[in-house]
Write a protein that binds this ligand. Sequence first.
Ligand code: BGC
Ligand code: BGC
Length: 613
Amino acid sequence: MKPSYKILITSLLVVFTMLFSGFGKYNSVYSPSKRKSGMIKQKVDSLLALMTLDEKIGQMTQVDILALKDPNDIAKYSIGSVLCGGNSEIADESAKGWADYYDMLQSYALKSRLRIPIIYGVDAVHGHNNVKGAVIFPHNIGMGCTRNTGLVKEEGRITAEEIAGTGMNWDFAPCVAVARDIRWGRTYESYGETPGLVSGMGAAFIEGLQGNELNSEASILACAKHFVGDGGTTNGKDQGNTECDEATLRKIHLPGYVAAIKAGARTIMVSYSSWNGVKMHGNKYLLTDVLKDELGFSGFLVSDWAAIDQLGGNYETDIEKSINAGLDMIMIPNGPGQNNNYIQFINDLKELVKEGGVAESRIDDAVRRILTVKMEMNVFEHPFTDRKYTSQVGSKEHREAARECVRQSLVLLKNEDKTLPLSKDIKTLAVIGEKADDLGSQCGGWTISWQGQTGDITPGGTTILQGIKQAVSASTKIIFSKDGSGVDNADAAVVVVGEKPYAEMMGDRDNLALSEEDNALVEKIKGKGIPVVVILISGRPMIINKALKNSNAFVAAWLPGTEGEGVADVLFGDYKPAGKLSHSWPRDMKQVPINYGDKNYDPLFPYGYGLTY
Ligand code: BGC
Ligand code: BGC
């Protein structure tokens, strides 16, 4: 190139850079984000132009790691995404183990012809809960009781850093379900029964998780779920049917998505449930006309786990229906040799395009959305784990933040004669019930395993009993008794009762009464004539009348997670109870479903209730 041309081009470049970097008075016109999105659009267009139909369909395919028998398939089929479901384990489930595994899978994606990186999705719904040693936050029902969006944002930020430490970059959270019937086993994944509460909390989580921009360090892609009406099913049946008119659907179940989109959510997961008998995965009106066109959602829609298989046709017609309804990526838990596996999905969708069942323009639209989000995330430039976050998983600082969430999530329902706070100098304190010393129970479902389980499920953290032991003075004697025996000399008792861990599909209950054993335990201690403090561990309000009567103080602790010290902080008065109910508390099962704003509203404790000292 001649020197004069060089100078001309250089000066042109300088002028352009000044203009487009928002220099001087052009600042407001050429905002950096507009410029960036313009650049991304160009890059996506040029990449799309290079892609074969096979490669495009590959990008629309998300495979569970257990289904993926051969990682070479990622390169071979240009797979767009992988996930690990609640039970999809690997040999080493430490943060480092997951990070090594992620990097290994990513290296295969980068061997594909166009070297398009995968994005890796995970259900980090209360901290990075599949990872051993990660900090576990209270489930959303408790976070809703904090009424503190700042805290939820902080939870999102910490969860993002822990996810980043394992390489993964996409979180199937927040769940913005508005749970309207506490018989539903996923009630605890919902922030509460009102759209306002859910919208505020969901948006705050997204802001924390994604950070300022999707491409900033340790920014994790959010996924609002499950669109739409998952919390409104008749009788609270999981994956059931939400029966209501459109105005009600829009008023109660849609606002969480409006808020999520505004907060920057770039992916939304579609619900297993139906609306007036029509499965959401086939509902073009709600997915495309309302969500994408009317609300302007320009990110992409991912299916739920094998959810298109429920559309009622054969696999090919199910694919046709869901992609035409507006689904952009399909989550597939089945591998070669199984029905409806990912290779079959790819072949069937290709066939559908060739036959004209799915227009190529629909494929292009889906892939454009997926690639746009990938570019916004900057995963092309940073495909591998940022190891500086790996050692931060489960750090003291993260645990301290979760402990604060626990403190603020507890709801004090009763406090007769100032039973609480307890004195740290109490001579003998009985701590009763097996759940008092059980990390698994206080974490609930979606912790290490899909349904959760009792016992020492993860390293780190403190049980409620351990928290109490750390809080009291050196002279206090703690007697721990699972069945309430041997505590006759105690000056007061803390009795921990409630539900066993469960998650979706297994958690629906028609009867939410506290078990006979729990009622008997509280009654037995009451008979000893000492002050009785009941702590309820549960994923929803329960029918507690008898135990409530037999207690002097009663605390709803929900599913507080690994930081049991937060419970002790409130019991001994270092922190005052501040939680307000995110759900109306029924007197009996006949009152269920009961929600704030109902006619003849007469709950045991209303929505928003919560005492303090
Ligand atoms: C659940 C989703 C979850 C997905 C992946 C589904 O069964 O409904 O909430 O994100 O599995 O684990
Ligand atoms: C997976 C979950 C999934 C569920 C639904 C489980 O085996 O681990 O992630 O949501 O199946 O069928």
